[in-house]
Design a protein around this ligand. Structure first.
Ligand SMILES: O=C(CO)[C@H](O)[C@H](O)COP(=O)(O)O
Length: 232
């Protein structure tokens, strides 16, 4: 089965968590988009949900497919969020933000009673850090923030290139008007310590470590779909 087919299988299995009447956070990325396509079929068949998208990209796809939308201001409490991830460890701590939507994704996940992560098996890792950690930063004082991130990481024994994300040759700008620094620290043994250290830097808006937010991961592999619950 190719990567796209696995994403579809994970997305299809996640539909089992969705009930009519739910207020649903809808994630961003290629796996989340497969979920939106399948959700749209359910909506067309009569399922009643209201979706809160985690990015303008997801909102546009939902509108195209007639998935009913609300905003988090109108619907500040959600029953369930379905979203993808770049990496998933055994505790279901995640790295997210490969698609640049980590801030809204985290706000929406925190507003949700449950978060179901959908992914193919390549996203499972023993220790996070193979995928560069996206860090969303305020454009003001970019260089100073970059230095502060490097110093904070160094105190935790972490180091590696900090790369300002570009798209089509231009600096990538998030839906919130911020930049993203992709930090290649390598393995991150203490995700809580790094999370706290990054949150202490004023220029850091948010980072892509999602701690204690995912309730279950729905993982598709060549041998089928399985669910993974937090190890701790
Ligand atoms: O965090 C994200 C977007 O900000 C995505 O969920 C993550 O990048 C996974 O994307 P994909 O399903 O395309 O692999």
């Amino acid at each position: 089965m190719d990567a796209k087919a696995l994403k579809i299988e994970a997305a299809r299995a996640a539909l089992g968590y969705v009930e009519s009447g739910m207020r649903l956070g809808i994630g961003t990325g290629s796996t989340a988009e497969e979920f939106v396509r399948l959700l749209a079929e359910k909506v067309a068949a009569g399922m009643q949900i209201i979706g809160v998208p985690t990015s303008e990209r997801t909102a546009a796809l939902c509108r195209e497919l007639s998935v009913p939308l609300s905003t988090l201001d109108e619907t500040p409490e959600l029953d369930l969020t379905i979203d993808g991830a770049d990496e998933i460890d055994p505790d279901l701590t995640l790295v997210k933000g490969g698609g640049g939507a980590l801030l809204r994704e985290k706000i929406v996940a925190v507003a949700s009673t449950r978060m179901v992560v959908i992914a193919d098996q390549t996203k499972l890792v023993d220790t996070l850090g193979r995928f560069p950690l996206p860090i969303e930063v305020n454009p003001f004082g970019l260089k100073a923030t970059e230095i502060a991130i490097a110093k904070a990481a160094d105190k935790l024994g972490l180091s590696g290139p900090l790369v300002l994300r570009k798209a089509a040759g231009e600096t990538f700008v998030t839906d919130g008007g911020h930049f993203i620094i992709d930090a290649s620290f390598g393995r991150i043994p203490d995700t809580r310590a790094l999370s706290d250290a990054l949150h202490a830097i004023p220029g850091v808006v948010e980072h892509g470590l999602f701690l204690g937010l995912a309730t279950v991961a729905v993982i598709a592999g060549s041998d089928g779909v399985r669910t993974v619950h937090p190890a701790r």
